[in-house]
Design a protein around this ligand. Sequence first.
Ligand SMILES: Cc1ncc(COP(=O)(O)O)c(C=O)c1O
Length: 405
Amino acid sequence: MYPIHHTFGPHATIGFALRSWCLLFQPWKWRNGSARDRLRTTLQQSFGGDVFLFSSGRESLAALFRVMKILNGEEVIVQAYTCVVVPNAIHAAGGVPVYVDVDGDTLNLDVDDVERKITPRTRAVIAQHTFGIPADLKRLRKLCDERKIILIEDCAHTLPDDPASPIARTGEYAIFSFGRDKAISGVTGGAVISRKTDVSAALKESELHAGNLPHSVIARYLLYPLIYRKARALYLIGLGRIYLAMCKKLRLLIPIVTPEEKKGNMILRLQKMPNACAALALYSLKQLPVTNAHRRELTKFYRDECTKYGWNVIPGIETNVPLQKFPLFFKNADGIRGCLKNENIFLDDGWTGCNICPRGTDTDALGYTQEGDCLGVQILSLPTHQNMSLKQAKRLILSLTTHAG
Ligand SMILES: Cc1ncc(COP(=O)(O)O)c(C=O)c1O
């Protein structure tokens, strides 16, 4: 049986991997070509505003903070369950992240706590639609307007296919990630949407003067879908783990978060989104209605099944949401994940056992001040990506009934 996973090339469908394979043999298209502009135009047509592309979501965020001219000591409100690269980008631009409680019903900003934490130094609030669960944009927009604060939407985990959705259309700015396990993927890449003309002009300059990723790095990004498709097949005969260890040893795999980033350091070096990755992201974007329909189907299936078994489904998960992953909470989540590995089920996605993810991040270096329970300790998320079939979802629920009771 194929492994069940969050991170073994979740977007690496046959179509995606074939495109990646073809691009590998066209190095003249790796850095420059028409795909970047086509991706930009498509995003602009869907979401309005001006779109700028960089080599990752974190760079897009850092580029935005830089042109917003966050002065030393100005504060940016961010939720206390997030990825280390978000506070790192704030620090890199000279700002101070202020951590706000997470609403347990939605895993998003607790808007009451946002209100409490606003000071005269607050410049912006980042609304992260965690795992695709929509943040309370109505209340946040109203609050930001009243207090003259900028609203930035972090859409790394979601990309709406419904033109009426307020997601990515409410903030003055929004960022997207086209990372390997995000809402859509170009293996790497990121975008900022700006709805302010002065900031758009500065972002245009930033993108124009951004550097290029080395060819050796782009080649490894293009290899990524192929490596993971092979790894999944090799897991069938028990060789997947050795194969992946070998690829890691040969440095064919680029880590999503580096050891330096886990220590709270980000080098603010802006780089262009490679044209080859833009071509993959464009393909992924064209598949969005199909991808989101699949995510909706699995979200509904998990929601119904988990409710049936009396597991803790948070109220923020509505039936029709295309979740990037389906969060559940169990007291011994780590223990359950450990048992599931024996059945070729790998549910560690980097968002477990920590508040600032991944596990092992130096929270002191990030000025993390929140007290109380660690939300990520009990979390156990279920995959909804395209390589996860309904049949596999049924197998996963069955295994969970054995280990979680
Ligand atoms: C919530 C959130 N925002 C932003 C990012 C940055 O995306 P990228 O990996 O493309 O830098 C990530 C992931 O790393 C994320 O999880």
